[in-house]
Design a protein around this ligand. Structure first.
Ligand SMILES: CC(C)(COP(=O)(O)OP(=O)(O)OC[C@H]1O[C@@H](n2cnc3c(N)ncnc32)[C@H](O)[C@@H]1OP(=O)(O)O)[C@@H](O)C(=O)NCCC(=O)NCCS
Length: 163
């Protein structure tokens, strides 16, 4: 298959973003919901492609010196090949280039793949939201310092993220 390309994208891609979201999350975000988010200047949209095929997506919010990963997904048949890691790295690079010094995100305690991806990418746990998700699972709140040593912010660390 073709080489992976990760592109910044705008509201015109909301339908393709939603198609990926639909095979990654339940409930998923509609094209209209994604388009509304992407109308905001603080939203960064990323699409991952291999040739004409869309294989992944992410949305980040970047405001002042902080960024938040709103969502990230890779279509099931393309998982385990480094696509998620590369989308996340691109989001971090884009956020840092816009002046963000830290990236925040939330992940369910039940999401083994997500937790491993973030652990490998240098995120550290700074909090926990009990019963945050619809399935009753807790959300781990994670942070990574985008400037400096890239190892996450030890100063705010409550619990090291474990596998
Ligand atoms: C989480 C997700 C984006 C990972 O995408 P991916 O392209 O498969 O991830 P990568 O191939 O880049 O893997 C990077 C690292 O993540 C971890 N990882 C990925 N999938 C994993 C799995 N199924 N089990 C355990 N660890 C996993 C590994 O540490 C991996 O590094 P390694 O291959 O060197 O071991 C993908 O599984 C997905 O879309 N899941 C559904 C949506 C979702 O849960 N998004 C995150 C919400 S917080």
């Amino acid at each position: 298959m073709s080489a992976l390309r990760i592109e910044r994208t705008g509201p015109d891609s909301a339908g393709r973003m939603s198609d990926v979201h639909a095979v990654c999350f339940q409930p998923f975000w509609s094209a209209g919901e994604i388009a509304a988010m992407m109308q905001m200047p603080t939203t960064l949209g990323l699409l991952a492609r291999k040739g004409d095929a869309v294989v992944g997506m992410a949305l980040c919010r970047i405001a002042a010196d902080e960024a938040e990963l709103l969502t990230i997904g890779v279509v099931p048949e393309q998982r385990g090949q480094g696509v998620g890691e590369q989308i996340l790295a691109r989001g971090e690079t884009e956020a840092a280039s816009r002046g963000a010094g830290r990236m925040f995100l939330e992940v369910s305690t039940l999401n083994a793949a997500g937790k491993s991806l973030y652990l490998k990418s240098g995120y550290a746990q700074i909090g926990c939201r009990r019963g945050y998700y619809g399935d009753g699972s807790d959300a781990l709140v994670l942070e990574k310092t985008l400037f400096g040593d890239g190892q996450g912010s030890g100063s705010k660390l409550i619990t090291p993220l474990s596998e």
